[in-house]
Design a protein around this ligand. Structure first.
Ligand SMILES: *[C@@H]1O[C@H](CO)[C@@H](O)[C@H](O)[C@H]1NC(C)=O
Ligand SMILES: *[C@@H]1O[C@H](CO)[C@@H](O)[C@H](O)[C@H]1NC(C)=O
Ligand SMILES: *[C@@H]1O[C@H](CO)[C@@H](O)[C@H](O)[C@H]1NC(C)=O
Ligand SMILES: *[C@@H]1O[C@H](CO)[C@@H](O)[C@H](O)[C@H]1NC(C)=O
Length: 362
């Protein structure tokens, strides 16, 4: 017979490795990662449910019909909209019935609201933090507000205050709604040709980057604990991609309907430097829900060469030239990138200087 103390210490010894294995489940999350307040969750869910219930989901539009499909431009910002004057020029050349603008601005920041098209376009917002699920919530708030606001909103483009247009509005609009050749990854088919003759680019796809291979993917997956994402998100379903994407209305509703994945992605991470949930939630959800409905690439150019601390390269005024704009447009997947980031705020003047002769000439 074994003595009780012996059994006890033996059991303790056995459980030690187990403790190490499960340790992340018991450690308190990194204090830089705050959970989302319950009251915010409740009001968000009410908003998202209203948007999902709203009847008004056109997936195809004829450009000849009276109601034209619109692009909803969703600006997610935690500072002034540095490039508002450039965006105003972008919008000024077009009929107002082809677009809507919505701005989610961190309420802790005093934003100087630019006059013109951005006026009155600020939606009910909450605080956002870098590398935290608050950025997912803010994006969903923008999507829900835009879905509810106008049934003609057909594409939803997420942008930040550091994003600039690389083309005219006309080019952007035609690329998305009418061009049968814009997306180079989709082989043309007969039925497409027929729809194109009718002025319809269908079926619309979401332009969202979805990558299954990336360094650090496992670390990012395990950032909330090794088994925390299970069973909703097995590692082989976990994806990464830019949070600057362009969704169809159908996919905006898929995102607003979701509760299962959000339940996991809203959890705080143990390490802030391996987190970035906004780069995983949308690509993972849409690649699980409708992989064929997504292009798997983004239309927002970004330069990750020489990345520091998770920030992409930021262009400075001295680098701006017509050549750079042409270079930034070049894409391996579509006829052109439509937007680009990041630019320092003092790039506004040189960008305005390039706008008429280069950016909006296409
Ligand atoms: C924003 O502006 C108001 C009024 O000018 C001021 O009271 C407040 O402290 C400012 N907040 C921040 C975060 O700067
Ligand atoms: C918490 O996050 C900070 C910043 O990313 C990091 O330096 C630190 O190591 C983290 N702490 C723990 C316990 O993971
Ligand atoms: C990307 O950034 C690097 C600096 O990190 C720069 O040398 C390079 O020219 C940039 N590429 C483009 C296409 O602008
Ligand atoms: C296009 O593909 C080539 C070859 O893989 C690569 O060198 C280049 O960086 C890519 N360009 C862009 C804009 O991604």
């Amino acid at each position: 017979m074994f003595s009780t103390p012996f059994v006890l210490s033996f059991a303790l010894l056995l459980s030690l490795p187990l403790l190490f294995l499960l340790a992340p489940h018991f450690l308190p999350p990194n204090t830089t990662q705050l959970p989302i307040p319950a009251a915010d969750e409740v009001s968000d869910q009410a908003l998202f449910s209203r948007a999902v219930r709203s009847k008004s989901s056109f997936t195809r539009f004829s450009l000849d019909s009276k109601t034209k499909p619109k692009i909803a431009f969703l600006f997610l910002t935690n500072s002034d909209l540095h490039f508002a004057p450039l965006w105003q020029r972008f919008f000024s050349k077009t009929a107002p019935n082809l677009y809507n603008i919505y701005v989610h601005s961190d309420p802790s920041i005093n934003v100087t609201i630019p006059p013109g098209v951005f006026h009155d376009r600020f939606i009910a917002s909450r605080r956002t933090y870098r590398a935290s699920p608050t950025l997912i919530s803010a994006t969903r708030r923008l999507l829900a507000t835009a879905v509810l606001d106008d049934p003609a909103n057909t594409f939803f483009a997420v942008l930040s205050q550091h994003c600039v247009p690389l083309h005219s509005f006309r080019y952007v609009y035609r690329s998305l709604f009418a061009s049968p050749t814009f997306d180079r990854t989709r082989p043309p088919s007969d039925s497409d040709a027929e729809l194109t003759r009718m002025g319809v680019n269908a079926p619309y796809k979401s332009f969202i980057e979805i990558l299954s291979k990336s360094t650090n993917l496992w670390k990012r997956y395990a950032a909330r604990g090794r088994f925390t994402m299970m069973p909703e998100v097995p590692f082989d379903k976990f994806r990464v991609g830019s949070q600057f994407f362009l969704l169809t209305r159908h996919h905006a509703l898929v995102v607003l309907k979701d509760r299962q994945l959000w339940k996991k992605f809203r959890l705080p991470c143990y390490r802030e430097d391996e987190c970035y949930p906004e780069e995983h939630y949308f690509p993972t959800l849409l690649s699980m829900a409708d992989p064929d409905g997504c292009t798997h690439y983004t239309l927002t150019r970004v330069n990750w060469t020489g990345t520091t601390n998770g920030h992409p390269y930021t262009y400075r005024p001295g680098e701006l030239s017509a050549k750079l704009i042409y270079q930034l447009r070049q894409s391996n997947y579509s006829e052109s990138y439509l937007f680009a980031r990041k630019f320092s705020p003092d790039c506004l003047k040189p960008l305005l200087g390039l706008s008429e002769k280069v950016i909006f000439r296409d």
